[in-house]
Design a binder for this molecule. Structure first.
Ligand code: COA
Length: 250
């Protein structure tokens, strides 16, 4: 259900249910959670890429599972499972890149929103169609999307329930890069490899600074940054890199 493959310090997690366009059922959620916990503690992993097998990234939560829900409490727990797994992506210390290889709908787009960077193939289609089922995005998307693209554009996407092109999504700041179809994984791998050459301590401090800082008063965020930078400046890796820079010039 989740295929894991590692290239140097980059771990690829591929959601593998192509027969249902990688729809997220409870089992996929649990497996994804396990893979993330493992990736966080594995010292050989510095950057994580999440993608989907086949023509879709993820076409949403598995709609078949909605039919078996008994009551509102079970529905709440269903939502909490998705929220917890996706929050663990944004709270993961290591950077997580989403490679959107096709449809990113409903829970699929919510998953992409929890990642740090989104890179899509030019054929990708993105949307939050929950409203068409009489629902709204319940895995964190209703909170994360407006924070990323603004309240108006977030509501425009969620109220319409429409699918949008990668080009539109890039214009709104929902994705960072569009890549020709067929080149996506190579492009994302090159990008992730480049990042993975930087010291892990700096990568995790930067992610934490940005993600936590956005939720804080700027003065408190700056204060926290000074502490993080102070620790990094005296770290062996930063000292070594500074020394290398200086010695090349003398
Ligand atoms: N949950 C469960 N199964 C899903 C699914 C989902 N979210 N999305 C797609 N599938 C299944 C389809 O039922 C179909 O299975 P079948 O072959 O047994 O009939 C298979 O995946 C292929 O999908 P299909 O609809 O035939 O592909 P398509 O290329 O014609 O259309 C989509 C693609 C993405 C437009 C369409 O599948 C779709 O609208 N999916 C639902 C998206 C959605 O509402 N997600 C939010 C859920 S809250």
């Amino acid at each position: 259900m989740i295929e894991a493959s590692q290239k140097d310090h980059v771990l690829f997690l591929t959601i593998n249910r192509p027969e249902v366009l990688n729809a997220l059922n409870k089992e996929v959620m649990h497996r994804l959670q396990e893979s993330l916990i493992q990736a966080e503690s594995d010292e050989s992993v510095k950057v994580i890429v999440i993608t989907g097998k086949g023509k879709a990234f993820v076409a949403g939560a598995d709609i078949n599972e909605f039919l078996s829900l008994k009551d509102a409490e079970e529905g709440r727990e269903y939502s909490l499972l998705g929220q917890n797994v996706f929050s663990s992506i944004s709270k993961l210390a290591k950077p997580v890149i989403c490679a959107i290889n096709g449809y990113a709908l409903g829970g699929g787009l919510e998953l992409a929103l929890a990642c740090d960077i989104r890179i899509a193939s030019e054929n990708a289609k993105l949307g939050l169609p929950e409203i068409k089922l009489g629902l709204f995005p319940g895995y964190g998307g209703a909170q994360r999307l407006p924070r990323l693209v603004g309240k108006g554009m977030g509501l425009y996407m969620m109220l319409s329930g429409e699918m949008f092109s990668a080009q539109e999504a890039e214009k709104w700041g929902l994705i960072e890069q569009i890549v020709p179809q067929g080149e996506l994984l190579d492009f994302v791998n090159d990008f992730a490899q480049k990042i993975s050459k930087f010291p892990l301590g700096a990568l995790t401090a930067l992610k934490s600074s940005v993600n936590n800082g956005l939720e804080m008063h700027i003065d408190d965020a700056l204060h926290a940054d000074a502490k993080r930078i102070g620790e990094l400046m005296v770290s062996d890796e930063a000292q070594e890199r500074a020394l290398q820079f200086v010695s090349k010039r003398t």
